[in-house]
Design a protein around this ligand. Structure first.
Ligand SMILES: [Zn+2]
Length: 191
C-alpha cells in the first residue's frame, strides 16, 4: 500500500513578536540643580600659619625685607600689601560684609578697623570712616596715576592697605577705601 502522505504544510507562522514594550523609561533622576551661588568667598585665612610676625596683640613694629615678605605672605596679599596693588572692585568678600567684629592687617595682624565704622560706600571696596586708633594707620601722599590721593598703610608693618578720601560720612567725613585682600576679620569684639 502506498500510502502517500502528502503533507502539505504551508503554515508559515510569522510571529512577529513586536512587543512594543514601553521600556522602563528611566526618568531623569532629578539632578539637583547646582546652586549657582557663586559668591566670591575668597578669604585670607591662615596668613598666621607660616607668618612669624603675625600677631594681633603685639604693637612692636615689623621691619622685613621685601624678600622676607614674599616668603611669608600669600601671593595675593603680597601683591597688594607690598607691591601696592589694587584688587578688582566688587571682588572682596568684605565689600558687602556686615558681621560684627574687628578687621586686622592680613600681613601682620595689627587691628585696623572696627565693624561699626564700616559703611556702604558703593565704591566696590570695603570702606570705613575711622581707623581703630590713631596709630593703627599711617598716611603717605600718593601722586601716582595722575591723581592726588592719600595712601593708607598699616601702622605696624607699613603694608599698603588702600587710600583715604574726604567724601566719607559723619562723624569723620573720611572714607578709608581698603583692599579686602589685606584684611583679616575676627568676629570677636576687640576689648
Ligand atoms: Zn600690618
Amino acid at each position: 500500500m502506498k500510502v502517500q502522505l502528502v503533507l502539505i504544510s504551508c503554515l508559515v507562522f510569522f510571529q512577529q513578536c513586536s512587543f512594543s514594550q514601553p521600556g522602563p523609561k528611566k526618568e531623569q533622576q532629578g539632578v539637583p540643580k547646582t546652586s549657582s551661588n557663586t559668591t566670591n568667598t575668597t578669604n585670607n585665612m591662615d596668613s598666621s600659619k607660616q607668618n612669624p610676625v603675625y600677631s594681633r596683640s603685639s604693637s612692636e613694629k615689623v621691619n622685613l625685607s621685601e624678600e622676607e615678605w614674599k616668603k611669608i605672605l600669600p601671593q595675593e596679599v603680597y601683591y597688594i600689601a607690598r607691591q601696592k596693588g589694587t584688587e578688582r572692585p566688587w571682588t572682596s568678600r568684605f565689600e558687602d560684609f556686615k558681621e560684627i567684629g574687628t578687621y586686622y592687617c592680613a600681613a601682620c595682624g595689627n587691628p585696623l578697623f572696627k565693624s561699626d565704622t564700616k559703611f556702604d560706600s558703593g565704591c566696590g571696596w570695603p570702606s570705613f570712616y575711622e581707623p581703630i586708633s590713631k596709630g593703627s594707620i599711617i598716611y603717605s601722599p600718593d601722586n601716582t596715576h595722575g591723581m592726588k590721593r592719600t595712601e593708607v598703610m598699616c601702622g605696624r608693618c607699613k603694608s599698603h592697605l588702600g587710600h583715604v578720601f574726604e567724601d566719607g560720612p559723619p562723624p569723620t567725613g573720611l572714607r578709608y577705601c581698603i583692599n579686602g585682600v589685606v584684611l583679616d576679620f575676627d568676629k570677636k569684639k576687640e576689648k
